[in-house]
Design a protein around this ligand. Structure first.
Ligand code: ZN
Length: 105
């Protein structure tokens, strides 16, 4: 069941591990292009997008922690970087499947 994946991020905008910077732009991944590609690929399934991103987030935490064990406090930033933007990006199409999550301040 794992063979048919939608086309995701263009290969040049994949993350350069273990730094998790975009191979093309050098921005912290996911860069703008990667986000656009992900939104397009997962436009009908925000849940799958979040699952995908949380998988990448896990890998990123592992990689970055190994690189620099002193930055474990950055997990919150990483969380926002990987999973915060789709929530802010709730586009024009109203989604019935999306639970109402109150914004934390
Ligand atoms: Zn990029």
């Amino acid at each position: 069941m794992s063979s048919k994946q939608p086309a995701l991020v263009p290969p040049e905008h994949l993350p350069l591990r273990p730094l998790w910077l975009c191979r093309a732009c050098g921005q912290p991944w996911p860069c703008g292009r990667a986000k656009l590609a992900l939104l397009t690929s997962y436009q009908d399934s925000r849940l799958n997008l979040l699952l995908y991103l949380s998988g990448r987030l896990h890998e990123a935490i592992d990689d970055l922690r190994r690189l620099n064990p002193s930055t474990t406090g950055d997990v919150r930033n990483l969380f926002d970087r990987f999973l915060g933007w789709p929530a802010r990006h709730r586009g024009r199409r109203p989604s019935t499947a999306e639970p109402q999550t109150p914004e934390e301040t």
